[in-house]
Write a protein that binds this ligand. Structure first.
Ligand SMILES: Cc1cc2nc3c(=O)[nH]c(=O)nc-3n(C[C@H](O)[C@H](O)[C@H](O)COP(=O)(O)OP(=O)(O)OC[C@H]3O[C@@H](n4cnc5c(N)ncnc54)[C@H](O)[C@@H]3O)c2cc1C
Length: 417
């Protein structure tokens, strides 16, 4: 079987390696001059390669894609990814957040190991080779690159999404897939910093709230949260970043206008509302403390002062009017952060949307529209949270595609679950 893989990211390297290990002749085409560019820059160049959970835990974090991902994740769960890298000389560690990194904190180790495993399996890696067009032939496929045309019995498309386009991910395959009859769910930025804020929040640039709960609510209809995420929140000169803001960003870009959703943040999730109310009432210290002093026990000073400034005065707790107390509690337990945009694909860690999942077999990643076309990684309509989930999905779907694409014709491909 002659298999050509397009795109040497996490999914493509894994797919190519598995196809070659399963006796296919494999060519891996990459438009960049090196493989795994996003692996190299990931996790602040430390590469958070997976998460300390099981296949179910990963699948659950993918929302609508949960069921689609289950078979491939079951066949290559996080533990198997860790073992794969460990056997390739990349020792890993679990951090307190559950994120798994190489012990060396060097993403290049992860990329080098994957690249080496692919070469050792016999993959012919051709960097600096961008694919411009793919054509369905009577038997197999014809790929046009800048340099030549390449034939393949089967192709695996792992060109990623369209975020961080400087990495080579410019969404080339969306047009190819559309021409082949696939549906592309609107690609949109996700895990992306949010643009917005009020003028007084400009002062907060660089400030981190270590623990917060960000909730996205629809403006109209049922007030059921669209998503919720607990984590740190970073105020920036343009708006909001950090895991809490970035993880909920996909739910905000999913709607057609930011006017239709609200971002509400609990700034003190570790303190229940009754406790906040008690501290802001006349019950402790005879109410002698100033409001700003109480807030500073929970929040960074700059934010505490900002909230008090919004109140218009900084009285002692004993002198805090009831309406000001109610307003403060509302701000602490559910401040509304105005959002009117994102930093766009340029700064989005992933692209949500992509090839519609019911058009792809979840066990093999083979297109249900064209035999011999396999699709894996971020090009699919999958989007996970921060924490190693996205690489895990890329590895698992890539492996499934590689094994299936190498299988002899007309043989039902069974994943090794
Ligand atoms: C700054 C940043 C940090 C991140 N950190 C993490 C992290 O720590 N953990 C995590 O789980 N996820 C992280 N992610 C997300 C993760 O990088 C992606 O989800 C993952 O790389 C997707 O893998 P993929 O193989 O599907 O696509 P990609 O890794 O994007 O690979 C696609 C490849 O295809 C190539 N290509 C595209 N078009 C063509 C063409 N026409 N011809 C030939 N080649 C082509 C591209 O050059 C690219 O190399 C991060 C993303 C960014 C941007």
């Amino acid at each position: 079987m002659h298999v050509v893989v397009i795109g040497a990211g996490a999914a493509g390297l894994m797919a190519a390696m598995e196809a070659a290990r399963n006796s296919a002749t494999v060519v891996l085409l990459e438009k960049n001059n090196k493989t795994g560019v996003k692996i190299l820059m990931s996790g602040g160049t430390r590469c958070n390669l997976t998460h300390n959970t099981d296949a179910r835990g990963i699948a659950k974090a993918f929302g609508h894609a949960k069921r689609f991902l289950q078979p491939s994740l079951g066949a290559l769960p996080p533990q198997a990814v860790v073992e794969l890298f460990q056997s390739a000389g990349v020792a890993t560690k679990v951090e307190s957040t559950g994120k798994i990194f190489p012990v060396s904190n060097r993403a290049v180790q992860v990329r080098d190991a994957l690249h080496r495993l692919a070469v050792e399996a016999g993959v012919d890696i051709r960097t600096g080779t961008g694919v411009n067009k793919i054509r369905r032939m009577e038997t197999g496929w014809l790929l046009e690159t800048d340099q030549s045309a390449i034939n393949a019995d089967r192709i695996i498309v792992t060109t990623g999404g369209k975020s961080w386009p400087g990495c080579g991910t410019t969404g080339d395959a969306y047009d190819w897939m559309t021409e082949l009859g696939h549906t592309i769910i609107r690609p949109r930025p996700a895990l992306v910093p949010l643009v917005g804020g009020e003028s007084w929040m400009q002062e907060l640039s660089g400030l981190v709230v270590d623990d917060s709960i960000a909730t996205v609510l629809p403006v109209s209809g049922k007030q059921k949260p669209l998503t919720q995420r607990r984590g740190s929140l970073l105020f920036t000169h343009f708006g909001f970043s950090g895991p809490a803001a970035m993880d909920v960003s996909g739910a905000m870009t999913a709607v057609d206008s930011f006017d239709r959703v609200r971002l509400i943040v609990d700034l003190v999730p570790q303190y229940p509302e009754e406790e906040v109310l008690a501290a802001l009432s006349n019950r402790h210290d005879g109410g002698r403390l100033k409001v700003s002093s109480v807030l500073s026990m929970w929040l960074p000073n700059r934010l505490a002062n900002g909230l008090v400034t919004q109140l218009g005065h900084d009285p002692k707790i004993a002198e805090l009017p009831k309406n000001s107390r109610i307003k403060l509690i509302q701000q602490l337990k559910g401040i509304q952060l105005p959002v009117h945009g994102t930093r766009g694909f340029d700064k989005a860690e992933v692209t949500a949307g992509g090839v519609r999942l019911d058009e792809v077999d979840p066990r093999t990643m083979e297109s249900r529209i064209h035999k011999g076309l396999f699709i894996a990684g971020e090009l699919l309509d999958v989007e996970g949270p921060i924490g190693g989930y996205n690489f895990q999905a890329a590895f698992s779907t890539g492996r499934a595609a590689g094994i299936a694409a190498a299988a002899p014709k007309d043989k039902l491909c069974q994943l090794d679950v």
